[in-house]
Design a protein around this ligand. Structure first.
Ligand code: AMP
Length: 544
């Protein structure tokens, strides 16, 4: 049979290697004039666009190659969301090196562990992290070079600055053109138990993940949007948003180090932002700020909330007071991170009216194409998806981790699913509801109590700013729930007020045994409640 025979079989389509640099090349060519706005470390606003970002990213690639950086080498970043960080990201991955985003909120020892484990060769850091960099450098022998993401005038030490590094290089650098299975990015999980673990994303997984995220049921970004990336790039690659905005050609706003509500509000309004994403805490503080100052969000249409469950009170406040829809997402670093989305309801859910719709929106949602999930019992047997039975949540897909970086065994079950460590239910409509982290679950008399459900309800008390529920050892029931509350500024409350508020909303045996009020809630490096620290703080019931 001749090769041009119409009946020839085989892959006759182009072998277009799916490398993630293509997102920026696309943005530069087809959305080149679209703004990329940055709040710089010094507070000033600077404006770039996708064409300039691509050109400068190529200069960085040329500089890295000239200094001997090769495919597979780890180039770390220790930086907030700025245009230079985005340039660095693409400049690194375009030549096949691996962009390792370090989280500056981690403790120094954790960072040193992570950088050593990753064997980072280069570090590109924001100048304000110079003291931390100095300490890391002494502990990370693989680190050959530090470059500060600034111009020569802001250089905090004798190390080179980014602008000087990229000056004098050309843009004729070949990007991509390698196997899509090569690694692009490395991100370590928060490490709630044991050492942090590395998730090494491939170009292919990043491209497929971005395509999933672009769907009308996920980010739904278009060139008519302005997206403010409040979730940091070191938190699961800012949930893939830097790739998604480039692919969609959306105007992009990068808030730098200022993530307080006043600074974010100013940018949301002055840049006429339509879409944003961050963990619930950021939006909770925002709502408080808007209320206290009687302000309105005039352009924001929807916010992506994930990282922890979106409390009902927050979802209602955003919708009723500000007209902002919540795209509620569940995910994790190991999933790139999209797992499920709850936003646009299925027709069956929509038909049941606004309150039912809200109830589903509060669940973690349905999988997009590219993710599959199941719940199992302790022995790994699949459980009925009836919205009642809860079990270990396991997922599969082309953007889901197979094996942690540097480990020798796959982290999958016999069916090829990854155990998320989350506990949840799946209902008849296909909606996932997370009821707990496996390690946070409260086991009272052999039955599970959902800490998440109680804390979401308690967070809805008008005097509460934040609420957490943890298991405390109990002589009879083994464990019982303790409710920890951070009140709004200037208000006082009693335990009875909170218990009364929960009365009738949860089963009697779920009722916390005690309520304690704290001045500060311990937050982890990605802005989530750190229950590990709370458990250390409250090893027993107060007065016990
Ligand atoms: P990370 O890898 O740091 O993003 O953490 C992932 C974990 O955060 C998940 O395994 C969940 O326990 C939790 N998480 C993320 N999104 C949600 C959500 N929408 N609701 C409840 N928990 C969430």
């Amino acid at each position: 049979m001749s090769s041009d025979d119409a009946t020839d079989v085989g892959d006759l389509m182009q072998h277009w290697s799916m490398t993630a640099d293509r997102f920026l090349t696309h943005a530069a060519r087809w959305h080149g004039r679209r703004d990329v706005v940055t709040r710089e470390v010094d507070g000033s606003i600077s404006r770039s666009n996708f064409a300039a970002i691509e050109r400068r990213a190529r200069l960085l690639s040329a500089a890295l190659l000239a200094h001997g950086v090769r495919r597979g080498d780890r180039v770390a970043t220790l930086a907030m969301n700025t245009a230079r960080h985005v340039e660095a990201w693409f400049g690194i991955i375009g030549i096949g090196a691996v962009c390792h985003t370090l989280n500056p909120r981690l403790f120094e020892e954790q960072l040193a562990y992570i950088a050593n484990h990753a064997r980072d060769r280069w570090l590109l850091a924001d100048p304000q992290f110079a003291p931390l960099v100095a300490k890391l450098r002494a502990q990370v022998p693989s680190l050959e070079r530090v470059v500060y993401l600034c111009g020569p005038e802001a250089r905090p030490s004798g190390d080179p600055d980014y602008e000087t590094l990229i000056a004098g290089h050309g843009t004729e650098v070949r990007w991509g053109d390698f196997d899509e299975h090569l690694p692009a990015a490395l991100c370590y999980t928060s490490g709630t138990t044991g050492h942090p673990k590395g998730v090494l994303y491939s170009h292919r997984s990043q491209v497929l993940h971005t395509l999933m995220g672009l769907s009308a049921e996920v980010f739904a970004l278009t060139a008519a949007d302005t997206a403010l990336l409040a979730v940091p790039m070191f938190h699961a690659n800012a949930w893939g948003l830097p790739f998604a905005v480039a692919a969609a050609g959306a105007r992009t706003v990068l808030p730098g180090p200022k993530l307080d509500p006043a600074s974010l509000y100013e940018l949301l309004e002055s840049e006429r932002v339509t879409f944003s994403g961050a963990v619930p805490t950021v939006w909770q503080l925002m709502i408080e700020y808007l209320r206290a100052n009687r302000l309105r969000l005039t352009t924001l249409k929807r916010v992506l909330i994930g990282g922890s469950a979106c409390p009902e009170a927050l979802m209602r406040a955003l919708a009723d007071e500000q007209g902002v829809e919540v795209v509620h997402a569940w995910g994790m670093t190991e999933l790139s991170p999209i797992g499920t989305i709850s936003w646009r309801p299925t027709p069956e859910v929509a038909a049941q009216g606004p309150e039912v719709r809200l109830a589903y929106n509060l669940k973690q949602g349905r999988v997009p194409f590219g993710v599959d999930m199941k719940i199992t019992d302790d022995e790994g047997r699949r459980l009925a998806e009836d919205g009642v039975r809860s079990g270990h949540l396991k997922v599969a897909g082309p953007a889901v981790l197979r094996r942690y970086f540097g480990e020798s065994a796959d982290a999958l079950d016999a069916e090829g699913y990854f155990d998320t460590g989350d506990i949840g239910t799946i209902d008849a409509e296909g909606y996932l509801q997370i009821t707990d982290r496996a390690k946070d679950v409260i086991k009272s008399g052999g039955e599970w109590i959902s800490s998440v459900e109680i804390e979401n309800l308690a967070a809805g008390h008008p005097k509460a700013l934040m609420a957490a529920v943890i298991a405390v050892p109990h002589p009879k029931w083994r464990e019982r729930p303790l409710l920890v509350v951070k009140l709004k500024p200037g208000v006082e409350a009693t335990a009875e007020e909170f218990l009364g508020f929960l009365e009738g909303k949860i089963a009697g045996w779920w009722m916390p045994d005690a309520v304690v009020f704290v001045a500060e809630m311990p937050l982890g490096a990605t802005g989530k409640l750190d229950k590990k620290r709370l458990r250390v703080q409250f090893p027993a019931f107060p007065g016990a």
